[in-house]
Design a protein around this ligand. Structure first.
Ligand code: SF4
Length: 482
């Protein structure tokens, strides 16, 4: 061997002594929590409920809490008068969603700490928890993502180039206080009269299918609402089978928070059978079909939820994925998010997929976090779970769509305005020459801003709100609703 033929790097490396070991981490794994169904009989309203009743979807629906009186009956003395009154006032003065909580969800609340319980805080919000100075951001709006502006037919939002959202129905088995579709979903509240679909349901669904048949650019349909768990299973199956007959449809996602809120629904024989038929047809057609659910806290992942997710997978669906919402006071610590993600993958058979920043709907400021806080959470999440199970934190920027929180183009931390761009046109921008060059805004909650920023908003708000809105709209070159 001459000098030129020497092995790269010289001699053979010597013995290497392995010395890695588990270190103390910001989050400790394995999980410390037990994975058991909480015993509902500890709650006064469910003391005499049998396991058969508890596992019955009919029983869960019939006993779903629809008002404060029923909430009190379920929780008895654990719900004290002060909190009860606080929730009552919220329903009168702030709530954008009416009360609807299945027993399954009530059973995941910590009855001894209802004041701070994360599930109670977003399913039955109290007035004192709202932001006292800025309950709503001045630029918040009912349909904050402008989904209705992008309807191709009533209830079918065509926002992304190849994807659509089909809002089949405006109801859910449970109503979340932070619902981004508060404009449309659920019953009227003291504060909000909801939009009502004008086209009859059958006709509306047929119009959606027609649009998809004549729009080969669309390959991916999110079947949502509301919540598909409220669509009678035969009708849901019929709609999905018709989707599966459309040549261009390659991906179908059925969206349901009910998988967690009322998993009993998915464990019924007729629902299981329908899922098996949908799964088989999708496989025949080579279409990916999956369920997307919405779980915000680890406490809500119970063995019954796992059984429901397992049923979906056994039926041949590709995945069950979670899209949680970041809500301050509920889940916006790294500990909460990692606990949820590991519970989903270790126990739930559910893939952590997205966490959305809470949208800019009215009266949601106390839940929303700033973009920089979301970036810190995303940073903290990396490295713990496998890459495919590491959720992306996204900001749903009005007129843009989902953006990873680190994709912000520019960021005025004083006024809390982040600037975003996009790489496609929505369904209403075919003729807009500036759609791809314009910068779009997103706004941090004012309470998270430094004093200078808070003063700016206060001054501009007091001076002339219309002018402020017009200025910000002009800066973006688009119309901004109020
Ligand atoms: S389940 Fe979804 S659509 Fe229904 S109220 Fe909750 S967030 Fe809104």
């Amino acid at each position: 061997m001459n000098a030129d033929e020497r092995p790269i790097g010289g001699e053979r490396p010597r013995h290497r002594e392995p010395h890695a070991r588990p270190a103390d981490q910001p989050f400790r794994y394995p999980l410390q929590r037990d994975f058991v169904e909480p015993d509902w009989r500890r709650l006064p309203g469910y003391r005499d409920v049998t396991p058969e009743q508890w596992r019955s979807a009919q029983w869960q629906r019939a006993h779903t809490v629809k008002n404060l009186k029923e909430f009190k009956e379920a929780l008895g003395p654990f719900l004290d008068d002060e909190l009860l009154e606080d929730i009552r006032r919220d329903q009168q003065e702030r709530a954008t969603m009416s009360m609807l909580i299945p027993p399954q969800m009530i059973n995941t609340m910590d009855e001894r700490n209802l004041r701070t319980d994360p599930v109670r805080r977003y399913m039955a919000p109290a007035l004192s928890e709202r932001d006292p100075d800025w309950p709503s951001h001045p630029l918040s709006s009912r349909d904050s993502l402008h989904e209705a502006d992008m309807w191709a037919v009533e209830g079918l939002t065509h926002r992304y180039p190849t994807k659509v959202l089909a809002e089949l129905i405006p109801t859910c088995p449970q109503y979340c206080g932070h619902c981004t579709r508060m404009d449309l979903v659920g019953n009227d509240t003291a504060q909000v009269l909801k939009y009502r679909f004008e086209v009859k349901q059958n006709e509306r669904w047929e119009l959606m299918l027609d649009y998809l048949r004549r729009t080969p650019q669309v390959r991916d349909v999110v079947v949502s609402g509301g919540d598909m768990a409220n669509v009678p299973i035969k009708r849901l199956e019929d709609f999905v089978m018709k989707l599966l007959d459309i040549e261009n449809i390659r991906d179908i996602r059925l969206a349901t928070k009910g998988l967690m809120g009322i998993p009993q629904h998915f464990l019924q024989d007729e629902v299981r059978a329908a899922f098996e038929r949908m799964g088989a047809r999708a496989r025949e057609r080579g279409v990916d079909i999956a369920v997307h659910t919405h779980i915000n806290h680890a406490n809500q992942v119970t063995p019954l939820v796992r059984d429901a997710a397992q049923m979906v997978l056994d039926a041949g669906f590709r995945d069950v994925r979670n899209q949680g919402v970041l809500l301050r006071g509920v889940n916006t610590t790294l500990e909460d998010l990692l606990e949820l993600c590991f519970t989903l993958i270790d126990h739930g058979r559910i893939l952590p997929y997205y966490f959305y920043m809470c949208d800019m709907i009215p009266n949601a400021e106390h839940w929303r976090i700033a973009v920089w806080e979301a970036q810190e959470l995303q940073f903290g999440l990396l490295g713990y779970m496998p890459g495919f199970a590491t959720p992306r934190i996204v900001c749903d920027v009005p007129f843009v769509g989902k953006r990873w929180v680190h994709m912000v183009e520019d960021y005025d931390r004083v006024r809390g305005i982040s600037y975003w761009r996009k790489n496609y046109r929505t369904g209403i921008e075919a003729d807009d020459p500036e759609a791809l060059t314009r910068r779009y805004h997103y706004y941090d909650p004012i309470s998270t801003l430094p004093e200078e920023g808070r003063a700016w908003w206060r001054r501009r708000f007091d001076e002339d709100l219309d002018r402020l809105l017009a200025d910000l709209a002009e800066e973006q070159g688009i119309e901004v609703g109020t």
